[in-house]
Design a protein around this ligand. Structure first.
Ligand code: PHE
Length: 489
């Protein structure tokens, strides 16, 4: 569905010059929209990033803070993004620009965030794709060797680049050619399958001896582990996983019609996304503790735990492994095409570049970024403040850009737009009962901006202890520059 949206949009733009409101109502059904927004939200963020981030931030306390952020900030910001998008009927940059030219930079910040995420996301997408095949080479058959297989694979200078290239080509193909139906059909089968395999892994993991320690790790908060960076990581994870803070949900909202219930939609997408993340955590940690692995193992977590668990099952386990990575690849694809589209749409709408050229330019830049990101995992390439390229892109986006993007959106909706207008939008001209409107509005106007500002400040401060403060400050400087030069954007 994600893709259907893009192509309708493109076709409409050709016929209508992109501004005809009635014709922007493209969601065939309510389910279509939910699937598209959930398709963008559910991806590597939930299944790859959430477990290892929770693991390296101490477990329970991180998960609890993450959940509080999802409920209070994530849901509210998503609702605000939908409302801003539907009100303007324009994609991210246009939505800001049409209200106030000085706000254009907030939209452009989102485009930049999307570009930076695409500087490392396809690398991990490539790993997932590679693992579909690696399962069959027998490389993952011996449980004890699996951690080494992963380590050797990602630090190899050539292999991961090839898979990343194939993964990126799939994105380009989908976004530029319009083979929406194929991948959509695949998604419809593979998403439930992914969910089913995660449940299977969870059950399998929970029945292993020593598994309960993993459940405890995930759900028993130990607040002595909480630092400013842990709290900022939880906020960043919430934004990343829900695809917030960079305009993707503004763009989705711009295709909704007035009869849609935004409150319910935001609630459903938030719930689905969070359920998948928690399930992924439950699938990983019990098994990890049972196997005696380190919870802070880092980005390799799913790529080690899942094959190890299935390798212990023998032959049929291999099939499950392959299916898991296939489903993970498709989940990643439905997210990354939404990122590629955000960037291409900017070039098409704001820079008047033709679509094929826009996609080609975006993909070329991404390829270069991804090559550096991938090589950095083998210790090759430039470093900044001692941090490699992969980590720089990751840090800049989920710790700084998305959070500040969310902050901007909240300030924009709370202070720049008119309260009555927002109320009309959120309640679909009063037809949707939203009893908590005043509470939500107070969150958006006061609580969320203040909370994000405090969390970002303390996070950056404690980031210096972790040696990543320099990169975070660089992120803030970039945002400052964008704002300063917003007239040129
Ligand atoms: N939410 C996606 C994931 O969890 C990643 C993403 C972030 C997609 C921001 C679009 C925008 O994998």
């Amino acid at each position: 569905m994600v893709l259907e949206l893009f192509f309708y949009r493109n076709i409409l733009k050709n016929y209508e010059g992109g501004k005809t409101m009635e014709n922007r109502e493209n969601w065939g059904s309510k389910l279509g929209f939910i699937m598209a927004a959930a398709g963008s939200a559910v991806g590597l963020g939930n299944i790859w990033k959430f477990p290892y981030t929770a693991g390296s931030n101490g477990g329970g306390a991180f998960v609890l803070i993450y959940l509080v952020f999802v409920i209070l900030i994530g849901f509210s910001v998503m609702l605000a993004e939908f409302a801003v998008g539907r009100k303007s009927h324009l994609a991210a940059v246009g939505a800001y620009k049409s209200v106030d030219r000085r706000w254009t930079f907030a939209g452009v910040l989102g485009v930049l965030a999307a570009l930076l995420i695409m500087g490392f996301y396809p690398v991990v997408g490539g790993w997932a794709l590679a693992y579909v095949f690696k399962v069959f080479t027998g490389l993952l058959a011996n449980p004890d060797g699996i951690p080494d297989v992963f380590g050797a694979f990602i630090s190899n200078p050539v292999q991961p680049l090839i898979w990343m290239g194939i993964y990126l080509l799939l994105n380009v193909f989908i976004v530029s050619k319009g083979v929406a139906s194929g991948i959509e059909a695949a998604g419809k089968v593979l998403m439930p399958l992914l969910f089913a395999i995660l449940i299977l892994i969870t059950i399998k993991g929970l029945t292993l001896p020593g598994a309960m320690a993993g459940v405890e790790f995930l759900f028993r908060p130990d607040f002595s582990k909480v630092t400013g960076t842990v709290v900022l990581s939880a906020l960043g994870q919430a934004f990343f996983s829900l695809s917030l803070g960079m305009g993707a949900m503004i763009t989705y909202g711009s295709y909704l019609n007035k009869s849609e219930n935004l409150v319910q939609n935001a609630g459903l997408v938030t719930t689905m996304d969070t359920a998948v993340a928690l399930l992924a955590g439950l699938a990983m940690f019990p098994a990890m503790f049972a196997f005696g692995m380190e919870p802070a193992a880092g980005p390799g977590l799913v790529f080690v735990v899942v094959p190890t668990l299935f390798a212990k099952m023998g032959g049929i386990g291999m099939v499950f492994s392959a299916l898991f990575f296939l489903a993970l690849t498709v989940a990643a694809l439905t997210s990354s095409v939404s990122l590629l589209e955000v960037i291409s749409a900017y070039l098409i709408d704001e820079r008047k570049v033709a679509r094929p050229k826009a996609v080609a330019i975006s993909a070329t830049v991404m390829t270069v970024m991804c090559i550096f990101a991938s090589l950095s995992l083998g210790g090759v390439g430039p470093k900044l403040f001692g941090t490699g390229v992969f980590d720089i892109f990751d840090l800049l986006t989920d710790k700084i850009f998305l959070a500040i993007g969310g902050l901007m959106l909240a300030i924009f909706a709370g202070w720049r737009m008119d309260k009555e207008e927002i109320k009309k939008e959120v309640t679909s001209d009063g037809t949707v009962k939203f009893a908590l409107f005043e509470f939500w509005y107070a969150l958006i106007k006061y609580v969320i901006p203040v909370t994000i500002a405090i969390v970002a400040f303390t996070g950056v401060k404690s980031g210096f202890d972790a040696g990543v403060g320099g990169i975070m400050v660089l992120g803030l400087v970039i945002i400052g520059l964008l704002a300063a030069f917003s007239k040129k954007l």
